[in-house]
Design a protein around this ligand. Sequence first.
Ligand SMILES: NC(=O)C1=CN([C@@H]2O[C@H](COP(=O)(O)OP(=O)(O)OC[C@H]3O[C@@H](n4cnc5c(N)ncnc54)[C@H](OP(=O)(O)O)[C@@H]3O)[C@@H](O)[C@H]2O)C=CC1
Ligand SMILES: CC(=O)N[C@@H](CCC(=O)OP(=O)(O)O)C(=O)O
Length: 314
Amino acid sequence: MSYTIFVDGQEGTTGLQIHERLSRISGIEVLKIDANKRKDSKARQALINEADIVFLCLPDAASRESVAMASNPQTRIIDASTAFRTDPEWVYGLPELRKEQRSRIQSSARVSVPGCHATGFVLALQPLVAEGILPSDYPATCYSLTGYSGGGKKLIADYQNSGNEQLFAPRNYGLGLNHKHLPEMQFHVGLQHAPLFTPIVGNYYQGDAVAVPLLPRLFNKHISAQEIQELLASYYKNECFIKVMPYDSEAHLDNGFFNLQQCNHTNNLDLFVFGHQDQALLIARFDNLGKGASGAAIQNMNIMLGFDEGAGLE
Ligand SMILES: NC(=O)C1=CN([C@@H]2O[C@H](COP(=O)(O)OP(=O)(O)OC[C@H]3O[C@@H](n4cnc5c(N)ncnc54)[C@H](OP(=O)(O)O)[C@@H]3O)[C@@H](O)[C@H]2O)C=CC1
Ligand SMILES: CC(=O)N[C@@H](CCC(=O)OP(=O)(O)O)C(=O)O
């Protein structure tokens, strides 16, 4: 049986990457929209309702418009935008979140792909809340270093073409402390309060390191950094894309420095725990274009269609 797939937003950063991964998967037929009609609502609507799976790789408003145009009950949607990530009618497309998440994704017609920063934050912290170690009112903080491709075509063009010297150095952003990933970060970890989250964009294309500092003295039960590593390793032991690295800081560093690009061009996410008895720093390393976007979107499609979960992600 062959499934038909349509990518709405096929010329964007995420859309192009999804196409590249789809080209490595058999058993599917990819529907293309005429380049000059890619923003034509009628043409999009026809393809949305012809496809078994529709990927939305669009700004939030356009995503909402596409979802409203889907009237064929057979059409299943995987949305990469922020629009539906805490919507109760949608399933959060993070299969590793907890035991029942894969089967929820498999049977759903509406799946939202997590935001890149949120992916690292949720995978690092959720097990500690689920295991009763981190209280739900924990005052969580997070900072994240990301490549500029995370900002889509416009930010890529700024970095590659503007010649603006200010872009040579890393730049903090989201300093209104209201980043668009906060609702999903709070909701899917199960926190009572949004984390204080400050992302930083650097002058490199791709690669993300989401860092979560923790103070065990504020936990329900004081456990050391090493015990946190053991808990995470046990939680994710059957996951093929999540690797909890051994508790051995020096082995992971190059002359004391962390390499955040090592998962690039993969769908892998490496989780590190640094620290000691009284302080811990969790770092999730992944490709913002891989597990942070199009890799995750394809992983969800594979689960929904009953394909090998790693198809197209080699
Ligand atoms: N880049 C990343 O790492 C991640 C991105 N995302 C999310 O995925 C979505 C896409 O992001 P990204 O690929 O980076 O963005 P881009 O800006 O690179 O691409 C968006 C594409 O959507 C097209 N588009 C805009 N409005 C419409 C419309 N009304 N109808 C049809 N097409 C339209 C744009 O057209 P045009 O080419 O003319 O500009 C563009 O090709 C966003 O919601 C983003 O938040 C999610 C995770 C990570
Ligand atoms: C560098 C940069 O601007 N990155 C984007 C993250 C993109 C992403 O993963 O998230 P969405 O799917 O929610 O767009 C940001 O922080 O807003």
